[in-house]
Design a binder for this molecule. Structure first.
Ligand code: KG4
Ligand code: ZN
Length: 355
């Protein structure tokens, strides 16, 4: 019998994506439309513009995916769509599209938590077994979680202010590097001296697994102000980027080391650290995490680049994991701007905590 195929839909932020993934881990199609050009003039994602672009592009992407795979809707086992967390307008576009397809073609709907999509990607790409420790670092999230099973996540830490991708984006903006900032900062950092500026390592030496990046971002701003017009000289830019990236990597590695201790206490045989989310594309950060994992007798699993950032493959795969357990969702399932993976998680101290 042919393996079940699931159509995945992702519209939670500024990527419109559709994907067809089989239960035996084959990606049949994964067209994606980024919206960088639309948001670049504003230096960040504008929710209304994002939602409108999803409306204009999603059906064409789904059509392209079906055509590429040579499938009709009756060949599908289910439709999985991101239902949260994210920008509510975009989420509604993806979820309503999925519901319509399900209604018309009598297919089960699977409403996916976007973070669960990131969390389970390593099981698609590397067949990782539960439990594992997950560092989720993206533009909207910076969390350490123990992934115990599908739907069972224990959050050990989150950010008390900015997500790391957001800090990369804000630093890039203050240096005039455009949006999104992560790749630009990483590129310049390669030519820079990571020791030139002594930026703070937020929360260094403090117990726990929470993160904070706003102090680091402020320190970069102060250094830029001190340099004045010289800040945009190529070597200064490169040194600022390298020093910022190094401080961020140090902070990430130190907080993750604390999380490894907690993980090992609960799961002494656990041996896998997974990194996911857009910032996982950063080679220097992955290198630091790899060294950390190796020093603790663990292996690091990082998804391939196209699956680090937002995509619909991870949504289709999370759908496969849920379908295999017999889960589906009613057609009146709402989109949710906030949807924590671990609702019982201890809140991070301070204001502006990301769920
Ligand atoms: O997972 P993602 O595509 O979207 C969210 O769910 O947020 O992550 C996007 C974030 C952006 O903040 C972007 O600047 C960051 O990931 N990012 C990077 C790199 N590539 C993307 N940050 C650091 N280094 C990179 N190479
Ligand atoms: Zn994401």
């Amino acid at each position: 019998m042919a393996e079940p195929v699931i159509l995945g839909i992702e519209t939670s932020c500024d990527e419109t994506a559709a994907a067809l993934v089989t239960a035996d881990r084959r990606i049949l199609a994964a067209p994606i439309a980024a919206q960088l050009d639309l948001h670049a003039p504003y230096g960040g994602v504008v929710p209304e513009i994002a939602a409108r672009a999803h409306v204009e592009r999603l059906d064409l992407l789904i059509e392209a995916a079906m055509r590429q795979a040579g499938l009709g809707f009756r060949d599908l086992a289910a439709v999985a769509a991101t239902a949260g967390p994210g920008l509510i307008g975009g989420l509604m576009v993806g979820l309503v599209t999925a519901k319509t397809l399900c209604l018309v073609h009598r297919l089960p709907l699977i409403a996916i938590n976007h973070l669960e999509g990131h969390a389970l990607t390593a099981r698609l790409t590397d067949d990782v077994n539960f439990p594992y420790l997950l560092l989720l670092v993206s533009g909207g999230h910076c969390q350490l979680l123990i992934v115990e099973d599908v739907g069972r996540y224990r959050r050990l830490g989150t950010t008390i202010d900015d997500a790391l991708g957001e800090a990369f984006d804000k630093v890039a903006k203050m240096l005039g590097l455009g949006y999104p900032g992560g790749p630009a900062v990483e590129r310049l950092a390669r030519e820079g001296d990571p020791a030139r500026f002594a930026f703070p390592r937020p929360l260094l030496g403090q117990p726990g697994c929470h993160f904070s990046f706003s102090g680091l971002k402020t320190a970069v701003r102060q250094a830029v102000l001190r340099l004045g017009p010289a800040a945009i000289e190529p070597q200064n830019l490169a040194d600022l980027c390298a020093s910022f990236q190094e401080a961020a990597a140090d902070s990430l590695a130190e907080r993750t080391a604390n999380a490894i201790d907690v993980f090992r206490e609960r799961h002494p045989l656990g041996d896998t650290l997974v990194v996911a989310g857009g910032v996982a594309a950063n080679a220097r950060i992955c290198e630091r995490l790899e060294n950390l994992a190796a020093g603790q007798g663990m292996r690091l699993v990082a998804p391939p680049l196209p699956l680090c950032g937002d995509n619909a493959v991870m949504i289709a795969w999370a759908g496969q994991e849920r379908l295999a357990l017999g889960h589906d969702d009613p057609l009146d399932t709402p989109a949710r701007a906030r949807w924590p993976l671990d609702p019982g998680a201890e809140p991070a101290i301070g204001a502006g905590v990301k769920a």
